[in-house]
Design a protein around this ligand. Structure first.
Ligand SMILES: [Zn+2]
Length: 80
């Protein structure tokens, strides 16, 4: 998933970034120009930044159905 230049660019060369991986809190970005690959926070790309994070996860969810997702601590137990 490409990162728009107005949202973020390679920290090394200012080139075109692509989101290649993401987990709970970080994204891995790859520079198409110099090939540098590094971690950024999921909200690294400013106001619209999380759209890359969410968008990437959505793309992955559609394209890679065999990766199970752990859901923690949200058990619906009613205490009375
Ligand atoms: Zn670069």
């Amino acid at each position: 998933m490409k990162v728009h230049k107005s949202d973020g660019a390679c920290r090394e060369c200012g080139g075109q970034l692509q989101v290649v991986d993401a987990d709970d809190a970080t994204m891995t970005v790859l520079c198409e120009d110099c090939g540098d690959e590094y971690l950024v926070e999921s909200d690294a790309f400013g106001d619209g930044g999380t759209m890359y994070y969410v968008g990437f996860l959505a793309e992955q969810a559609e394209g890679v159905p065999d990766e199970p997702e752990d859901i923690e601590g949200d058990s619906a137990v009613d205490e009375e």
